[in-house]
Ligand binder design. Structure first.
Ligand SMILES: [Zn+2]
Length: 394
């Protein structure tokens, strides 16, 4: 059940990378030789990216000549890792690392044919120098644990393309990829259920589904997302599923995909000044379909003391510091709140309410104002109505 929203994953990724770069800057020395200009690094990476798309190892070597063992290893790993896939396009961005001349945080972004979306596919901290007028890769200062992140997390990649999904996994995992490939139609159910505009999702975009053997592999695919142990999570334009049993996935893949595709399709709902985690997850729970609210009914019968609704609504993160039981309860609270607002008002009004709460200060007065402005009642009235409604749920 540990499915975390895209924004949180992105934030964590940024923190991890900043920390990696900071540590490396402290430890690292200069790379010696004459210092290259940003313009030259950009030009070399542009040629290198074109070589990756063309699967042209000669052009790759010409674009990025290397000096020294670590540079050669990095060039070999990036080329081998990324040419395991076909690409519509690849680009690279190099951001100079403060304090070390010639050192750059390099992010390759790629578009799988038919996906319509560009993803981070490889990220390294690389040292460049100019040798006899030629830009040369002279070192790799990426932390060892982060060298096989993003697409390099797959050692023998297999790609399956369906109408709405692109599934990526390692050879030997095709059985699991096929289970997810069979969920291809589930996105339509999400679109219909949430009243989304199909044009935004079905015409140009296929969602990428990374199918991983282990949670550790999934963590690498997400660029160092902390290991959460089980399940699935979603990021921008992509779903990552991992490390559950064959039995589990055969029975649960479609429901999990409805949940995660909601995070992909409805990313932005409940996000403004703040992220309203309860509504982000609540919406995904509703899109799953039939759901039990037994735990929530029991919580309300005991006075809603474990996770008081107003307090949970005001928290950006519904997972941190919570037990699995409490997270499940939070998901049920969110699901029931979404269902109640949809039933009494409409899904459109729910989006407005979510936006108003996200843009509020998340204090009781802010939530009161957001409720009044978008639903036309007080928070106490909303809470009382919601509690009544929960009694009717199974
Ligand atoms: Zn979720």
């Amino acid at each position: 059940m540990s499915r975390r929203c895209a924004r949180r994953a992105r934030r964590l990724r940024t923190v991890v990378l900043t920390a990696v770069v900071a540590i490396l800057v402290v430890l690292g020395g200069g790379c010696g030789g004459s210092v290259p200009r940003q313009h030259d690094v950009d030009a070399a990476l542009k040629a290198a990216s074109a070589a990756l798309v063309a699967h042209d190892v000669t052009a790759w070597g010409r674009a990025l000549p290397t000096e020294g063992t670590s540079a050669r290893r990095a060039a070999r790993q990036i080329y081998a890792g990324l040419t395991g896939f076909k690409w519509r396009s690849i680009s690279a961005e190099a951001v100079a690392v403060d304090g070390v001349a010639g050192r750059y945080l390099v992010t390759f972004r790629g578009e799988h044919p038919g996906s319509g979306v560009t993803h981070d596919v490889c990220r390294r901290v690389l040292d460049f120098a100019t040798r006899k007028g030629v830009l040369t890769l002279v070192g790799d200062h990426t932390a060892a644990a982060r060298r096989a992140d993003y697409c390099l997390a797959f050692s023998h990649p297999v790609v399956m393309v369906r109408k709405h999904l692109i599934l990526i996994g390692d050879r030997g995992q095709q059985w699991l990829m096929k289970i997810f490939a069979a969920t291809d139609g589930q996105g339509r159910r999400v679109v219909i259920r949430l009243h989304l505009n199909p044009k935004l999702f079905w015409v140009t975009h296929r969602t990428i589904v990374y199918v991983c053997r282990t949670a550790a592999q999934a963590s690498r695919v997400a660029g160092g997302k902390p290991d959460t142990g089980d399940g699935a999570f979603a990021g921008r334009g992509a779903v990552c599923a991992f490390a559950r049993s064959a039995f589990h996935w055969r029975h649960d893949a479609a429901r999990v995909m409805r949940h995660e595709l909601t995070h992909v399709y409805a990313s932005g709902i409940g996000e403004g000044r703040h992220t309203v985690g309860l509504l982000v997850e609540g919406l995904a729970v509703v899109a799953e379909g039939r759901h039990s609210y037994a735990r929530l009914r029991s919580e309300l019968a005991h006075g809603n003391r474990v996770l008081p609704l107003e307090k949970t609504l005001a928290q950006e993160d519904v997972w941190s510091g919570r037990t699995h039981r409490q997270v499940v309860l939070a998901y049920e609270e969110g699901g029931a709140l979404v269902l109640y607002i949809e039933k009494r008002w409409s899904m459109k009004r729910l989006w407005k309410f979510a936006a108003a709460v996200a843009d509020s200060n998340l204090k009781p007065v802010g939530i009161e104002q957001a409720t009044g402005r978008t639903l036309g009642i007080t928070w106490d009235q909303l809470y009382a109505g919601w509690k009544e409604y929960v009694r009717t749920l199974r």
